[in-house]
Design a protein around this ligand. Structure first.
Ligand code: AMP
Ligand code: ZN
Ligand code: FE
Ligand code: FE
Length: 287
């Protein structure tokens, strides 16, 4: 049994890479995709913990990319975590994020909230400081009663202190993943805010840009979503992946390994993903 989408403290998860793999082992996962947002920093410790505990760690990443509608995330699987080009671009993204966080603190202070960058840093385990960390800091400050209220009133896209962030382009994201030897998969397709038929219309273009797969099976999907996205994947020759998007305490209600109907995925999904990797042009076989 496997789960191909999980976060650690390297981005906005609440478990360290080691703790995540420990949990994966405890609940009996044979493989886990470690897919932190815009960083590969959690992969070396996750890979060594995986070796120790006999859990296969699929080295991954989740890139936030530009898209005309909704929110678009690309998952990269079997990436080389030390790829120079990928990590160089991620360093730029991180630098942009630092500038954005400074502006975010400024806006919140202008709105009368006595928050500092240090307070948000206290909530983060790694170097990626994201809006959920600000939300937690605001709860601790007592200016909101829960993280969702912080998003609704201050941090969400339509809210008072929202600062947009610089993102990698869609096609660029796919290229970065491919250059790092990985496969590029469209994460949780519902967040694109397209109907199933609108998405189907966009897939040929995404395939031309190099997309390899769709995360058709996802913790927050209804059974009909799983079916519809799996059908799209089959129609267009894309590989199907699935995951819980586990974040630990940062995303209450989502348990590691709960992908479809509160159950983990079958190992067959990973076998097909690997098959796609081996058949892909120029893709590098993971060592
Ligand atoms: P950032 O990368 O700093 O823009 O933060 C993105 C993260 O914030 C997402 O992964 C979500 O976990 C969270 N998020 C974004 N928008 C909302 C929202 N409206 N309500 C709750 N959480 C949100
Ligand atoms: Zn996240
Ligand atoms: Fe995501
Ligand atoms: Fe995620």
């Amino acid at each position: 049994m496997i789960d191909l989408h999980a976060h650690t403290t390297a981005s906005d998860g609440s478990l360290s890479p080691n703790e995540l793999i420990e949990l994966a082992s405890k609940i009996g996962l044979s493989a886990i995709g470690v897919t932190d947002h815009d960083t590969t920093a959690g992969l070396p410790p996750a890979l060594s913990a995986g070796k120790e505990r006999n859990v296969e760690v699929v080295p991954g990443i989740e890139l936030s990319v530009r898209y005309p509608s909704g929110r678009c995330h690309l998952l990269g699987y079997f990436i080389q975590h030390d790829n120079v080009k990928l990590n160089g671009r991620l360093e730029e993204v991180l630098e942009n994020r630092r500038r954005r966080n400074d502006r975010l603190v400024q806006r919140l202070q202008e709105l009368g909230i006595p928050i500092t960058l240090e307070m948000a840093l206290q909530e983060a385990g790694g170097e990626v400081l994201a809006r959920p960390h600000f939300a937690l800091a605001m709860v601790r400050l007592g200016v909101v009663s829960n993280p969702q209220e912080a998003f609704d009133r201050y941090l969400g896209e339509e809210a008072a202190a929202y600062v947009p962030k610089d993102k990698i382009g869609f096609e660029e994201g796919i290229s970065l993943i491919h250059d790092a030897g990985g496969l590029a998969v469209l994460a949780h397709p519902l967040t694109l805010k397209l109907s199933v038929s609108e998405l189907a219309d966009r897939i040929p273009e995404m395939k031309r840009q190099g997309l390899d797969g769709i995360e058709a099976l996802y913790n927050r999907h209804q059974p009909e979503d799983n079916r519809a996205f799996s059908q799209i994947a089959r129609d267009f020759g894309l590989v199907i992946t699935g995951g819980s998007d586990f974040h630990g305490a940062g995303k209450p209600g989502v348990q590691l390994g709960e992908v479809v109907n509160e159950k983990p995925l079958d190992n067959e999904i990973l076998r097909k993903l690997r098959e796609k990797l081996l058949s892909g042009q120029g893709a590098v076989v993971p060592g």
